[in-house]
Write a protein that binds this ligand. Structure first.
Ligand SMILES: [Zn+2]
Length: 675
């Protein structure tokens, strides 16, 4: 599971207090160019790897090998997102690099924006809204330019996919009125496979399992075989995506040799075994080993992980994040983890839905050294893994905040939104003074306490089975509500983690502003909300707003034709968050699909049109793109004459397109591999 920043204009600076990387070398931080360009609705940001030079040579090698492993799977995400993506990207890469026509031509300029959008989203559908990009250039111009630059000839099917807005218009469709598998363009299922067939297929598969706990369907594509029945094509070394997976394995083998300790090496070996066999029991064994390997300074995520891109939530999207522990901050955060049991017992949830013992919660602030696949260029700011509930219950989970990514956001965000949308000066001052710590603790509580809390009633299926397409949004709501309920708890002050009760207020100000208004910047006029995190935030915000109306807990104030959110009773608001937390936990624990659907559909999907238009027009003048993406540093091995690596140096590329072309050349392992 993962946490995203609310958007580039988020109020809260997530600077990490003492030990913040930039404090060590303020000069360098000042000179570093954080943002390179804006295009479409996006801003490109750079990030640094502070402290890399202090690692041992073996640690540097480990980071290098793991980032290479991550990048080696880059093509997988493109193909998972849509079956024509790789061919289209190849054509785009070619034309972008080789075009020698008129660069003042509008077609060319529109093409450059389209290319960057595709790279940013790992495909031709928007990474967040899931809508297909509309090329602003002429189809004839494109075909001609492609031929003239010696590029590949595209089939009619591929051109139609690019230029016909009605074909595969949406990557993920969650509308219950439609067949979500048929209607979604995402490539986890063959183009003629229906949702009903997939559910029937996995019901049958599940019945035949020796081990019912495995993450069924996580690493495969479901296609129709010649006799009309469904079958799985498994992602593995000699299966689907084999050429990329074999490259990943090669780098992971090198990583084993320089692992920091035996636990880490053991986990890496199991990951290799999983990639070789595609065996889901190996995947679970790997996750148990990985979550137990907590001693090293280097950690990583690499495989088919999050299921947000699958309308049925079976299929894991490929991703990789390589991380270096940020010790000073993590020590502070561990105080929170040490008190996990207190939070569980004090939570508003019903006694029968609480865990008796909360085990193995680990939380770190980390420094990212490289990202790929589903985590790049758009990245989460927090991650909590593994996702398998039984492993989390028995062995715990690892939770990280990506500190230098947040620092990158922080250094490029606009201050204007805070001024424009805050109800009064007090709120602005509060955000400036306490926004940093409020955001930090909301993230920490969400990840460490939130996702780790609660239990299912004996005999109730997993949320994916019971809550279906609402499972993700409800899980995020549950974690957010734990954060919101506890961030105003005096316990945080008692533990010395929070200095003032203003911190909790700042958190509430920000949450409602985003949930009721600001996140609508990401929605096109006339559309409803599809994305799980956004559905969650609007559901939570509009539910507490409605329930608190009679007591004027939260008031929408009109002033000079503009709407502002005024929280008038923070204590009662906390009570409402607590009440909703109890209900959302009950829904998960009991698998109450109807109640879950009513919450999400009733509060989280439909957009208030007047507010939406207002938010769009007020934020337009501020010129802050709603999405940020990151240019990876480049790790360069320094080699001795005998070829051995003597050092790894870090370079900071400053051009997004160049990095994408470089990656296409170096890691295009699946080009020509798909049908
Ligand atoms: Zn989450």
């Amino acid at each position: 599971m993962r946490t995203f920043l609310f958007g580039l204009g988020a109020f809260f600076i997530l600077l990490l207090g003492c030990g913040s990387p930039s404090e060590e070398s303020p000069q360098a931080a000042e000179e570093f160019v954080w943002s390179t360009e804006d295009f479409s609705d996006k801003r490109m940001i750079r990030y640094q790897i502070p402290g890399f030079e202090n690692l041992t040579l073996d640690q540097k090698k480990l980071v290098y090998y793991l980032t290479q492993a991550g990048l080696s799977g880059r093509d997988i995400m493109y193909d998972q997102n849509y079956r024509h993506n790789l061919v289209i990207r190849d054509a785009i890469d070619h034309l972008f690099a080789e075009y020698d026509g008129d660069t003042s031509d509008d077609n060319w300029n529109e093409f450059m924006v389209y290319a960057k959008n595709v790279w940013f989203s790992n495909g031709i559908h928007h990474h967040y809204s899931a809508d297909k990009f509309t090329p602003g250039f002429d189809k004839m111009w494109f075909e001609k330019a492609l031929v003239e630059s010696g590029g590949p000839a595209l089939s009619e099917a591929v051109l139609t996919a690019m230029f016909d807005p009605t074909v595969d218009a949406k990557k993920i469709v969650l509308d219950p009125e439609q067949d979500v598998v048929l209607a979604s363009a995402v490539n986890f299922y063959g183009p003629d496979v229906t949702a009903e067939e997939v559910e029937a297929f996995y019901t049958q598969e599940k019945a035949g399992l020796k081990n019912a706990r495995v993450s069924l369907g996580l690493n495969s594509k479901v296609v129709r075989s010649e006799d009309g029945t469904l079958k799985e094509e498994v992602y593995k070394a000699d299966g689907l995506y084999g050429p990329a997976i074999r490259e990943i394995i090669g780098w992971l083998e090198k990583a084993v040799d320089v692992a920091e300790n035996e636990a880490q090496a053991n986990a890496l070996r199991l990951l290799i075994e999983y990639y070789q066999t595609g065996d889901l029991e190996a995947w679970d064994k790997y996750n148990v080993a990985w979550v137990s390997a907590t001693e090293g300074d280097i950690d990583y995520i690499n495989s088919f992980i999050e299921v947000y891109n699958d309308p049925l939530a079976y299929k894991g999207s490929y991703e990789s994040i390589v991380q270096i522990k940020d010790f000073s901050v993590s020590e502070k955060m561990s105080v929170l983890a040490d008190n996990a049991q207190w939070f569980e017992s004090q939570s508003t949830t019903l006694p029968e839905h609480k865990k008796d013992t909360v085990t193995g919660i680990s939380y770190n602030f980390v420094i990212v050294a490289g990202e790929s696949g589903d985590a790049s260029p758009s990245t989460p700011i927090g991650v909590n893994l593994p996702n398998a509930n039984w492993i989390r219950a028995k062995y715990g989970s690892k939770s990280v905040s990506l500190g230098n990514i947040v620092e990158g956001y922080d250094n490029t965000r606009g201050a204007g939104l805070l001024e424009e949308f805050s109800h009064d000066q007090e709120e602005i001052e509060r955000a400036k003074a306490f926004g940093t710590v409020a955001s930090k603790f909301h993230t920490a509580l969400h990840e460490v306490i939130g996702h780790a809390s609660g239990k299912l009633v004996e005999g109730v299926g997993t949320p994916k089975e019971t809550l279906k397409n609402y499972a993700s949004a409800l899980e995020e709501a549950r974690a957010d509500l734990v954060g919101l309920y506890f961030i105003t708890d005096p316990k945080l002050m008692e533990l010395g983690l929070v200095e003032s009760s203003e911190v909790g207020k700042a958190s509430y100000d920000s949450y409602l502003k985003n949930g009721l208004m600001l996140q609508l910047r990401r929605i096109q006029p006339g559309n409803s909300i599809e994305q799980a995190h956004m559905r969650n935030r609007q559901m939570v915000s509009s539910w507490v707003y409605e329930k608190g109306l009679k007591d004027s807990v939260v008031v929408m104030v009109e002033r000079d034709g503009k709407t502002y959110i005024d929280i008038r009773d923070y204590d009662k608001l906390r009570g409402l968050f607590g009440a909703l937390l109890r209900e959302v936990q009950r829904i998960k624990s009991e698998g109450d699909f109807a109640a879950g659907r009513n919450l999400i559909e009733g509060y989280g999907v439909q957009v208030n049109e007047a507010i939406h238009n207002e938010v769009l027009s007020r934020s337009e003048s501020l010129n802050i793109p709603p999405y940020g993406g990151f240019i990876n540093p480049r790790l360069v091995p320094v080699k001795a004459e005998d070829g051995s690596i003597t050092d790894i140096q870090v370079e900071y590329p400053d051009d997004f397109a160049s990095q994408m072309l470089e990656y296409g050349r170096q890691y295009g392992f699946l080009l020509g591999d798909e049908g």
